[in-house]
Design a protein around this ligand. Structure first.
Ligand code: CTP
Length: 417
């Protein structure tokens, strides 16, 4: 898989009826990848392109990839009433890419082709993944249409930033198909996400920091960043402004999230302290290296002829979570930490978690049992969330995005209090 995960690492879902609407933008070709992901994970996909979409990717491609004929109008197979049936029987409708024109039609309830008819007959969750030029996205007409659709309960994903059709760059790219796929799986599981983090600024750290010995070697750890990225995606889908502090993670940027890249624990510390000053919540999902070499060689360290190995002297890195928990820059910021524990002679996983919660001084601690390294690189996770207020929330085994939503539920409850 292009996100680097083996097929067995992708959680299997029951077969659901997915309608993939494709409107006429250059990003239509990326919807082929999205379609493959749905069909390869066992879902029944019906593709409904607009006539303009077929200018970019032809009907044979959609038919071959979905195993079903495709049509754009309401005059084909009229006896089967497709303009009503397709929407009525869908478990989810996802439109990717959604052009400015398609968003406008959907917001105003126009129904002049099969896709717009389907959008009016669907009673299931509807997800739009817009893609267009920055000017078109930012135009008040488009923004008003997006607001109308969101207010009616549709999920409209924020476009990604980057290279657009020509040489220009800006906001308006279709998010990575993996991002859209994962978001839609979440919507199938739990319905459209609540918008309880709207207007909130949240900071999430993800990945594992590296401490360099020389220009080519470093001390690192096994954190993949999947849980932190899931937290960032979940918060963005609930309306938050998200800053993701990413330490050495090889995953696509989550849509609608500002990503700041760091390498070392000291760089992460600086970025966390700066972002926390104005944040409503901070989640430290990263695994910062606890130790760093006391000195970093400017040149590559060479092997000695006598077969001896260099002694590496280490010093402790700052504890970022303890620092931001104890010196609260802003009253009311909810601080969340993670504890990866294996349990040892001094205590069980939960006992060690409880004493870590007290030591770090955060509001919530998500305790993972990492005995045997089971969590690293997996899309699944299970945890117990401990609150400084005595709360204990058991999260059974499920996807990392499902755990992310339970964590945001707990944060959101504390905002409300
Ligand atoms: N953490 C941090 N700064 C560090 C080390 C850890 O902010 N230098 C944060 C992690 O992001 C996580 C939490 O502290 O949210 C717990 O991390 P963990 O590795 O379990 O704890 P440690 O403090 O390293 O404690 P120990 O390894 O001794 O159990």
């Amino acid at each position: 898989m292009s996100d680097g995960r083996r097929p067995e690492q992708v959680a299997q879902q029951p077969c659901r009826r997915v309608v993939l609407g494709v409107s006429g933008g250059i990003a239509a070709y990326k919807a082929c990848e999205l379609l493959r992901r749905f069909s390869e994970s066992g879902h029944d996909v019906t593709v409904v392109p607009t006539a303009a979409a077929l200018e970019f990717v032809g009907a044979p491609t959609w038919a071959a990839l979905s195993g079903k004929p495709v049509s754009t109008d309401v005059w084909t197979d009229v006896h089967a009433v497709p303009h009503v049936q397709i929407g009525q029987h869908a478990d989810v409708v996802v439109v990717a890419p959604a052009t400015a024109d398609l968003l406008a039609k959907a917001a105003h309830g126009l129904a002049d082709d099969l896709l717009t008819n389907t959008l009016l007959t669907a009673r299931c969750p509807v997800v739009f993944a817009p893609a267009m030029h920055t000017e078109m996205w930012e135009h008040p007409a488009t923004q008003a249409n997006v607001a109308t659709l969101r207010q009616r309960g549709a999920v409209v994903i924020e476009p990604a930033e980057g290279r657009l059709t020509g040489a220009d760059t800006g906001k308006g790219r279709l998010p990575d198909p993996v991002e859209i796929f994962e978001l839609v799986l979440g919507v199938l599981d739990r319905g459209a996400p609540p918008q309880d983090l709207t207007g909130r600024k949240v900071v999430v750290s993800a990945g594992g920091t590296r401490e360099y010995l020389d220009p080519v070697r470093f001390l690192g750890n096994r954190s993949s960043g999947l849980q932190g990225y899931a937290l960032a995606r979940a918060a963005a889908s609930r309306g938050a402004h998200v800053t993701l502090l990413s330490a050495n993670v090889a995953l696509p940027d989550p849509a609608g999230v500002s990503v700041v890249r760091v390498e070392t624990t000291e760089q992460l510390r600086e970025a966390v302290v700066t972002a926390t000053a104005t944040a409503d919540a901070v989640v430290m999902a990263a695994a910062p290296a606890d130790f760093r070499p006391t000195s970093v060689s400017d040149a590559k360290i060479k092997k000695a002829d006598d077969g001896s190995a260099p002694a590496i002297e280490l010093e402790q890195n700052p504890d970022i979570l303890a620092e931001i928990s104890h010196d609260r820059a802003r009253a009311g910021t909810v601080v969340v930490g993670f504890a990866a524990e294996t349990g040892d002679a001094t205590g069980s996983v939960l006992e060690l978690g409880r004493s870590k919660l007290a030591r770090k001084g955060c509001d919530l601690l998500v305790v993972n049992d990492v005995t045997g390294g089971a969590v690293f690189g997996s899309t699944d996770n299970e945890a117990v969330i401990l609150g400084a207020d005595g709360a204990v929330v058991d999260v059974p085994r499920g996807t990392k995005i499902a755990l992310a939503h339970v964590i945001w539920d707990e944060v959101s409850r504390r905002f409300a209090e």
